[in-house]
Write a protein that binds this ligand. Structure first.
Ligand SMILES: [Ca+2]
Ligand SMILES: [Ca+2]
Length: 132
């Protein structure tokens, strides 16, 4: 009886760990580029990035969160993004040159990875989502 209780406890712990790692638990700016997020990279997709589950009206107070061994880590996101990966399967990601998604912009289609256009590459201050 005691063994069975311990086993049940162990199974519950494993289920909890799997739950935390699952894509249904995508977390905003946690340094993991999850399904449903927009990930903005310092340069190519092998450099540091920041992951947005929701839009952000001001990139000047953000830094690249993943990963400490990658180029660009810790630098300010504003005016420093070259590549974008939209991991949402429905929404269009907008990267803009001014605050609150104003100014020049580039649109990243659902599930697309792209080098940002000249207007916003290294000239980004905010991002938002647009549903089709
Ligand atoms: Ca994330
Ligand atoms: Ca911000």
């Amino acid at each position: 009886m005691r063994v069975r209780t311990l086993l049940a406890g162990a199974v519950a712990v494993v289920a909890l760990l799997i739950g935390v790692a699952g894509p249904a638990n995508a977390a905003h700016k946690d340094g993991s580029c999850n399904s449903g997020e927009l990930c903005l990279y310092w340069s190519t997709t092998s450099t540091s990035f920041i992951d947005f589950l929701i839009g952000d009206n001001d990139h000047r107070n953000d830094t690249f969160t993943c990963c400490s061994d990658r180029l660009g880590w810790g630098q300010t996101v504003a005016d420093n993004v070259a590549t974008a990966w939209n991991r949402d399967s429905d929404a269009y990601a907008v990267v803009a040159s001014l605050l609150t998604c104003e100014g020049a912009f580039d649109v990243v289609e659902p599930l697309e990875t792209t080098i940002l256009g000249d207007a916003v590459r290294n000239n980004n201050w905010s991002n938002c989502w647009e549903l089709p």
